[in-house]
Design a protein around this ligand. Structure first.
Ligand SMILES: Cc1ncc(C[n+]2csc(CCOP(=O)(O)OP(=O)(O)O)c2C)c(N)n1
Ligand SMILES: CC(=O)[C@@H](O)[C@H](O)COP(=O)(O)O
Ligand SMILES: [Mg+2]
Length: 622
């Protein structure tokens, strides 16, 4: 086994091409074997094995800085940059992160998880390199999906302007985002792939250059680049990257290691100014089930290695419930529209897309655009539901404030993955949406604890026309419960009083209600009566109920799956600041929470019924 002998990336530089090919096979087996147990981003990571090996053969990953966009395709990078021994801990509690992370390894040039940051980051590194008089190439590896994010274009625009040498963007084009990639850009790249004439020209130029003595080769290639700039416009009109100031090289078979080495080496040694290398890969390469269904294996749970069969309990998720309720609403109201930013399956909208293709919009990885698109639609009387993960909606805060809330447009935000999301970790937890929405005027924020409440809120929001509504719900299986059954004539604003006895009150929202309920039961066993209050609406708050609690209780303990700073509890504390009651907020602490099973993470931060109960008893005894 070659892989077993690789303890540091430098060793890869000494391998022959046939050894590199064997290494690629071994790395793929290692990835499939581990991810079948841990779950993870299998198909993206299988697609980049050959590229990783080529890059590590040609570059020094400490001196040269390589930034992987999203970082979900970097498993081979991890394995080959000194982390093979820990690779079995991928995405596990205290194990390796599922993304690149500067705290995890000096080889990881940038901490990632959210899309479309790589070109900006690599350009920033290139600027710093030059200002510090340092050496080395700065390379961004970005997928065709990530390229649909606006930041990529902001960075290409700026990179083309700066004209940095040794600045390379590698576009990893597999024609897939998580689902099929969308948009004019995708079609444009498909046309480029089909454009043989330009590639023939490129090949001829390179081949001819090899007939020249080494000392004049570099200036020949520079001259050829200039010539190409004008010829290209005849052969392949409007190469967008060239127009922006990048030299375009490609398309290249991203699984042909020999070819990758040849071309990347030429770019490394001879080309001046920023270069974009366009490689073509297949998602899931080397593992037939993932090749056949790369969407399913984009991010997978554990699966059977032999068959590729995934393990699922088949229970309805919050996202699926949202999607099916939206179909029901859309049947009644032709104005209802669904919008996603490249997360059709994740947000439960696959069936909506099939049922109402004309009323479904996948905008690409373009959260900001999705929000303002919805705003535009709603000015003309449509009723858009924007389904977005809490963590990704962070990107669109200004659009929420300026384009939706200020003009009071009736856009509904279905905020998925609110709270901890487990193995994706710090970059993906939905820890902040209550905080970043709480301060937005005109915003209504609803927090269902049960499946029935989510449905009722969606129905309610569909007919609310006075301004935006955000409904936040967690990742995973929807909870059906009898805690709140009377959903006819649903009104989300009054607090639900589940128990009104005692001098202390537990106030909770969303799925944290069940934590509060469990604490309530533990206190009851200790003969400590507590009032138990559920808020369906975090904004506006039911001020009357909270003020009356303040007048009857010595303590109010609040529970939420959000950062305590700026969350529901913080607003309650603000509201009751002048009241004699003491308020203690339970939620996420003021640090980033890593990855692992939610149960492990909640235990670590002390957000479990037992730990909270003990904290309450201790507080009462003080
Ligand atoms: C801001 C943001 N929105 C959405 C996502 C979810 N997401 C992760 S990877 C991905 C698709 C990326 O496609 P591409 O860049 O082509 O990489 P591939 O998986 O095809 O290799 C999406 C939508 C994200 N990570 N960040
Ligand atoms: C890499 C990325 O951002 C997505 O693939 C994300 O991991 C999906 O998360 P879910 O598994 O919760 O849909
Ligand atoms: Mg892709």
């Amino acid at each position: 086994m070659i892989l077993e002998q690789i303890t540091e990336p430098k060793q890869i530089q000494a391998l022959t091409v046939s050894e590199l090919k064997i290494l690629a096979k071994e790395v793929r087996s290692r990835i499939v074997e581990v991810v079948s147990k841990t779950g993870g981003h299998l198909a993206p990571s299988l697609g980049t094995v050959d590229l990783t090996i080529a890059l590590l053969h040609l570059f020094d990953p400490l001196k040269d800085r390589i930034v992987w966009d999203v970082g979900h395709q970097a498993y081979s990078w991890k394995i080959l940059t000194g982390r093979n021994a820990q690779f079995d801990t991928l995405r596990q509690y205290k194990g390796l992160s599922g993304f690149t992370n500067r705290e995890e390894s000096p080889y990881d040039a940038f901490t990632t998880g959210h899309s479309s940051t790589s070109i900006s980051a690599a350009l920033g590194i290139a600027c710093a390199r030059d200002l510090n008089n340092e050496q080395g190439h700065c390379i961004a590896v970005i997928g065709d999906g990530a390229l649909t994010g606006g930041m990529s274009f902001e960075a290409l625009n700026h990179g083309g302007h700066l004209q940095k040498d040794k600045f390379i963007v590698i576009l990893n084009d597999n024609e897939m985002s998580i689902s099929k990639n969308v948009g004019g850009l995708q079609k444009y790249m498909a046309r480029m792939l089909a454009s043989k004439s330009y590639n023939v020209l490129k090949k001829q130029v390179w081949d001819f250059s090899y007939t020249l003595p080494a000392n004049i080769r570099r200036s020949f290639i520079y001259g050829a680049q200039k010539l190409e700039e004008s010829m290209m416009n005849i052969l392949v009109p409007n190469i967008i990257f060239e127009d922006l100031g990048f030299k375009y090289v490609g398309p290249i078979d991203g699984h042909d290691i020999e070819q990758l080495l040849k071309i990347i080496k030429r770019v490394k040694n001879f080309m001046v100014g920023p270069v974009l290398i366009h490689i073509v890969t297949q998602k899931g390469k080397g593992y037939p089930p993932a090749e056949k269904n790369s969407e399913l294996f984009h991010g997978t749970g554990p699966f059977d290695l032999k068959t590729g069969k995934q393990i699922s309990d088949g229970k309805q998720t919050w996202s699926e419930l949202m999607g099916s309720t939206l179909i029901t609403l859309a049947q009644k109201d032709p104005k209802i529209i669904a919008i996603t930013a490249a997360m059709t399956a994740g947000t439960g909208l696959t069936k909506f897309e099939e049922t109402y293709p004309d009323r479904f919009f996948d905008v690409g990885i373009a959260e900001q655009h999705s929000v303002t698109l919805a705003a535009g639609m709603s000015t003309k009387g449509l009723k858009p539901f924007v389904a977005i993960y809490s963590t990704f909606l962070q990107r669109a805060l200004d659009q929420i404030i300026h384009d939706v809330a200020l003009p009071k447009l009736p856009v509904v935000f279905c905020i998925d993955r609110a709270g901890l999301v487990g193995e994706d970790g710090a970059t993906h937890h939905g820890a902040f949406d209550l905080s970043y929405l709480n301060f937005v005027p005109n915003m209504i924020i609803l927090t269902p604890s049960t499946a029935e409440e989510l449905s009722a809120m969606l129905f309610w929001a569909a007919s609310y026309q006075e301004g935006p509504v955000a409904i936040r719900y967690p990742r995973g299986t929807a909870i059906h419960s009898s805690v709140h059954k009377s959903l006819t004539n649903f009104n989300p604003f009054p607090a639900i009083i589940h128990s009104n006895k005692g001098k202390i009150a537990l106030v909770a929202c969303g799925d944290a209600f069940f934590t509060a309920e469990a604490v309530h039961n533990l206190l009851a066993k200790d003969k400590i009566p507590a009032q138990l209050i559920q808020l369906l609406s975090v904004k506006p708050l039911d001020e009357n109920t909270l003020l009356s609690l303040a007048s009857t209780c010595n303590y109010i303990f609040t529970f939420e799956n959000n950062a305590v700073i700026g969350g529901m509890g913080a607003r309650i504390a603000q509201l009751l600041a002048t009241e004699p009651v003491k308020i203690i907020n339970f939620g996420y602490p003021d640090h980033f929470i890593a990855q692992g099973k939610n149960s492990e993470l909640l235990d670590e931060i002390g957000f479990t019924p037992n730990k909270l109960y003990k904290q309450i008893v201790q507080t009462l005894n003080e």
